[in-house]
Design a protein around this ligand. Structure first.
Ligand SMILES: Nc1ncnc2c1ncn2[C@@H]1O[C@H](COP(=O)(O)OP(=O)(O)O)[C@@H](O)[C@H]1O
Ligand SMILES: [Mg+2]
Length: 1042
């Protein structure tokens, strides 16, 4: 029967299930919304930024594991009420695992793939956590149950293998020997199927044995991650179960391979950023997953009846090994894991599309017969024939004695062969048993040690690999480091770990840690250099990024929950020590004018924060690699725009950047996050080659254009200054010393500038031309000049004299930025730049811009070997005199002016209103003034052609000029008020805000606030007084009052 099934292949579609996990801590912190819903086997996803109709997909199964669950006393997640909609591990097994098991028992190959972005729940479904066992352990458990139940009818053999594919290299996770450089080879068998040469196959006969092997494999994976400096989210984990069933009565042998695959995080598959890098992406990292995508697409096309010439199985290691699972001889199930959160919408959508394609693939599974077992069967048949012939020969007497001898020899040979085949299995089994016993003893020993000694517990970015390694600290002194030469050393590996990295001493039940000179040890976020006593649950970072949790003596442990000390916790703590705190980032934002309510965290800021703690360890690794490879560059994370604002004074969106500095010649680059992540892959590749070819100083140096540590030089944005344009609206000239602020609020330089209203020919306007009412400008021609006199105290040039600078800016609606010519080698260079701008018909938009905005002057740093920034003339309009024409399009968007929100901005607004009021008063005065003028004129005409009245002629200009002067003083003082306001905004409490620190901060803040209100009060009252004086004088002069 089995034989007949084997020759009748039937079509069978890949079964696809999707599963939505609960929110994780990050998502909860972010106040995420759930964008996915599940009804029956239909899953629906809503784009959080669009009101479009949500997309629905139909799969074989859709599991809602997001809500409606509780944790029972044994730690199992179960539905809140019986029959609730929550899909627990058991119900997933019932649907998916059971089918695979039944298929395997029938003799089919079976494959289970888990796909999804990192952290979406792939490992939870496949392997599981604690009591919430995933598909693999449950499947093994049921498999051995089935084997036991069917003991009478068949004899079964199970082989277990576990491997990892990282960067196209295969690592045997159960190997007892050392890892082969370059990994194991993937070979082809009879041009049909691929296998891993030399992969260890362990015979198993119980579920605990399998679990123990998985534990062993996970441990190997954890150490492989540190040895290869790899990130587990980029590796694929494969478990291969080989099941052989011998039905002696029927003389049938069935063999099936079960592939269980926990794929790498799918987020790597897409281009890491919009901007392209000079170097190609670290493609090998993605190759297997990308190729899997191509194979799936091609197979989906085949199923749809399209003509497909080539299915690229051979392009990657993973697809070679999964060839039979995809479009071949296998029954295949894919589980697509999804995050429910709005912030993961893009990834979830791409996972659903992927799954949607996968469900179309058609396989042709057949029941397999093993060649070895067929041999036994054939041998047995042959023996039976031989025995028959022998007995016949016996009847025929001694005549055929020679033939009998020959037949007997054959018979014995055959029997020996049969026995050898059977012995081999038994021998394998014996070995495995011994191995298992050893491992079991080791595990028991470890459990005992955990109850006796303090220890370090490894914490990995991948929760699945956390808590796998335990390093016990018994009585006395212990050297910890790469070296394991002495019996009193604890060997650890990892980037930046020294031979002897630190000494742990356990004296009278107290544990101390002393770092060795030059080695990096961080305890609870702080770098230490002295002997330090460790407390239960202290967080340790050794070298560049080996993270451990210190577990004290059992008496200190209590019932605390250690799970909160996950990888994120370590990194957040470290970031906090560097002054990067989620709440400070958000506070900064709420202080701004963006109208955010306090406590309502801005998702983009959260993203910056999590990017920061994600990139921080990567930066540490990159620095370590740079050091070991003698690249001479240093990487530093920077939050761009932390202290910068746009032309309206609103904070700019914060983004992460990586500052790269060459130590030798102080060259500087600024990399985007995407570029850094890509480069980090390439650096790892380079580093791995370096490690594997040890002692290779005579290797050819890498050409610069392929070096991931190198880039051509580019100008660098050092900071910006704000030149408020308000005075232009009144045609008042302005001379300012502006502070150029760097991204993080540092003073980069002082810029001396002038803003000069002028005539169409460029002659400066005088005080007589000052406008009291800016609206008079509407529709009129406005000319002004921006003069950049000098830049002083440039930090960039102070740091290295072989540098230069340029100033760049974009006036109102100019199509292109304007750059001043480069000036080199001077800390206080004269710029002497005068740029004339002309608005031919001043629009409402320009007027509003002048009254509410600033010109952002950017300071660009030049370094030797980089080309200057050039002002492009494309799209730039000029007058015949060569003046830049601005205000070419009428923008009637008044709604764009965001009303200020914060208290301080309110007082600014009040000030503005006050100014308007003064303007109105002035308008009245002006009318009055005109009347007076007329009266005077009449008086003069009536008095005949008398001597020119010097006093009279000075009345008109002097009044307005006085007022204009007063306004000028007022605007100047307002600039200081604005500066103080910025200072107030930037001021924030220190990170370790204990009560004392907070009190100090409050005092300081109220000091600043007090200064602010004094300055503000002073400028307003000065203006009031001036105006009052002008009014008084005017009335005196006109004789209205005595
Ligand atoms: N269905 C689920 N129910 C409860 N927790 C889950 C579920 N799926 C995932 N998790 C949790 O989410 C985290 C990430 O899951 P994991 O399976 O390790 O992700 P992946 O392997 O896809 O990177 C783990 O802490 C895990 O416990
Ligand atoms: Mg995982």
């Amino acid at each position: 029967m089995g034989d007949r099934a084997a020759v009748m292949p039937g079509k069978d579609c890949v079964k696809v299930a999707v599963r939505v996990r609960p929110f994780n801590k990050r998502e909860k912190d972010a106040g995420s919304r759930c964008v996915i819903s599940v009804v029956s086997n239909i899953i629906t996803i809503q784009d959080p930024r669009s009101v479009q109709v949500p997309r629905s997909f139909c799969f074989d199964y859709a599991y809602w594991s997001h809500s409606g669950f509780t944790r029972d006393c044994s730690g199992l997640y179960v539905p809140e009420e019986p029959g609730g909609r929550y899909a627990d591990q058991d119900s997933v097994f019932q649907d998916l695992g059971k089918g695979i098991l039944e298929n395997a028992l029938q003799g089919y190959n079976a494959t289970l793939l888990a796909y999804g972005q990192t952290g979406s729940g792939k490992s939870y479904s496949m392997v599981g956590y604690g009591p919430n066992k995933g598909l693999v352990p449950t499947l093994c458990d049921r498999l051995f149950q089935a084997i036991r139940a069917n003991q009478d009818s068949r004899q079964c053999q199970v082989f277990f293998s576990m491997l990892e594919i990282y960067n196209e290299q295969v690592v045997d996770l159960l190997s007892r020997g050392s890892r082969a450089p370059g990994g194991l080879r993937v070979r082809e068998e009879q041009q049909r199927s691929f296998y891993v040469e030399g992969l260890r196959r362990v015979p198993c006969d119980s579920a605990p044995q399998v679990e123990q092997l998985m534990e062993q494999g996970t441990r190997a994976r954890t150490t492989a991650a540190t040895h290869m400096n790899a990130n587990s989210s980029r590796s694929h984990m494969l478990i291969i179960l080989q099941l052989k069933q011998i039905f002696s009565k029927e003389s049938i042998t069935k063999q099936s391979n079960i592939n269980l695959v926990d794929l790498a995080g799918s987020e790597r598959q897409r281009a890491s950023g919009s901007e392209a890098d000079r170097l190609k992406e670290g493609t090998a990292i993605n190759l297997s997953l990308t190729t899997l995508g191509h194979v799936i697409s091609a197979l989906a096309d085949v199923a749809a009846g399209k003509k497909v010439v080539h299915i690229p199985y051979r392009d990657s290691v993973l697809t070679k090994l999964l060839q039979s699972a995809l479009g071949g001889n296998s029954r295949t199930v894919m589980i697509a894991a999804l995050s429910p959160a709005d912030i993961c919408y893009e990834e979830s959508m791409s996972t659903l599309r992927y799954a949607d394609r996968a469900k179309r693939i058609q396989n042709r599974p057949v029941v397999n017969e093993s060649p070895t077992e067929r041999l036994v069967k054939e041998l047995k048949a042959e023996n039976a024939r031989l025995v028959q012939r022998l007995s016949r020969l016996g009847h025929e007497g001694r005549r055929a004695e020679d033939e009998t001898m020959e037949l007997r020899r054959l018979l014995t040979h055959n029997e020996l062969q049969i026995r050898a085949i059977q012995m081999l299995w038994e021998q394998h089994q014996q070995e495995a048993l011994k191995d298992w016993e050893q491992q079991y003893a080791a595990i028991t020993q470890e459990r005992r040690m955990m109850q006796m000694h303090p220890y370090l517990l490894n914490i990995n970015e991948d929760t699945q690999l956390s808590g796998v390694v335990k390093l016990f600290i018994q009585d006395g002194d212990w050297d910890m480091g790469l070296s394991d030469s002495s019996p009193r050393s604890i060997s650890i590996k990892g980037l930046g770990i020294q031979d002897r990295h630190a000494v742990f001493s356990n004296v009278q039940r107290r544990v101390y840690l002393t770092p060795m000179v030059g080695s990096k040890v961080i305890v609870n976020g702080t770098l230490i250099s002295q002997k330090t006593e460790l407390q239960h649950l202290d967080r340790l970072i050794l070298g560049s990024n080996s993270t451990y949790l210190f577990i004290g003596y059992p008496s200190e442990r209590g019932g605390d929950d250690w799970s909160r000390y996950d990888y994120d916790y370590f990194q957040s703590e470290l970031a906090a020590a560097k002054g990067i705190h989620l709440h400070t980032l958000c506070e900064e934002e709420t202080k701004g004018d963006l109208g955010l309510c306090p406590g309502n965290t801005n998702p983009s800021l959260l993203a910056v924060f999590y990017d920061y703690i994600k990139l921080m360890p990567m930066v540490a690794d990159a620095n370590q690699m740079s050091q070991e490879l003698q690249k001479g560059v240093e990487f530093k994370l920077e939050i761009k725009n932390l202290a910068l604002s746009d032309s309206k004074g609103h904070d700019l969106e914060k983004v992460l950047a990586i500052r790269v500095t060459s130590q030798e010649n102080k060259q500087v680059w600024l990399w985007s996050k995407a570029k850094f992540v890509n480069r980090k892959f390439l650096m790892e590749e380079l580093y791995q080659q370096h490690v594997e070819i040890t002692g290779g100083p005579d290797r050819a140096p890498m050409p610069r254009d392929r070096d991931p540590f190198w880039d051509p030089l580019e100008p660098l944005l050092l900071g910006s200054a704000h030149l408020w344009l308000q005075s232009l609206a009144f045609r008042i000239s302005l001379e300012e010393q502006l502070e150029v602020l760097g991204s993080e609020g540092t003073e980069e330089a002082i810029l001396q500038v002038q803003l000069l209203p002028c005539s169409p020919t460029g002659l400066p306007l005088g005080e007589d031309d000052i406008l009291i009412d800016p609206s008079l400008l509407l529709g009129k021609r406005l000319d002004f000049q921006l003069v950049l006199d000098q830049c002083c105290g440039i930090r960039w040039v102070k740091q290295a004299r072989n540098r230069g600078i340029q100033i760049g800016f974009r006036m109102y609606d100019s199509a292109r930025p304007f750059y001043t010519p480069a000036v080199w080698h001077s800390i206080n260079p004269l710029l002497g730049q005068r740029v004339h701008f002309t608005a031919l018909h001043t629009s409402q938009g320009l007027l509003e811009h002048l009254q509410t905005s600033a010109l952002v002057l950017e300071l660009w740093g030049l370094q030797e070997g980089c080309s200057d920034l050039e002002s492009s003339e494309v799209g730039v309009r000029k007058t015949p005199d060569g003046f830049f024409i601005i205000d070419q399009t009428e923008v009637a968007d008044t709604a764009a002016i965001v009303p200020p929100v914060s208290e301080v901005s309110c007082s600014m607004r009040a000030l503005q209103l006050y100014v308007e009021e003064l303007g109105n008063t002035n308008a009245v005065l002006r009318t009055e003034n005109n009347t007076l003028k007329e009266q005077l004129n009449t008086a003069r005409t009536e008095g005949g052609r008398g001597r020119p009245d010097r006093r009279d002629s000075s009345v008109r200009p002097s009044c307005e000029a006085e007022f204009a002067r007063a306004l000028k003083v007022f605007y100047h003082s307002m600039t200081s008020v604005r500066g103080q306001l910025q200072r107030l905004r930037r001021n924030r409490p220190s990170e370790d805000s204990d009560l004392m620190a907070l009190r100090l901060f409050v005092e300081e803040q109220s000091g600043l606030l007090c200064d602010f209100s004094v300055m503000h009060e002073q400028s307003v009252s000065a203006l009031k007084q001036d105006v009052a004086a002008i009014v008084r004088r005017k009335r005196e002069r006109s004789g209205i009052w005595p």
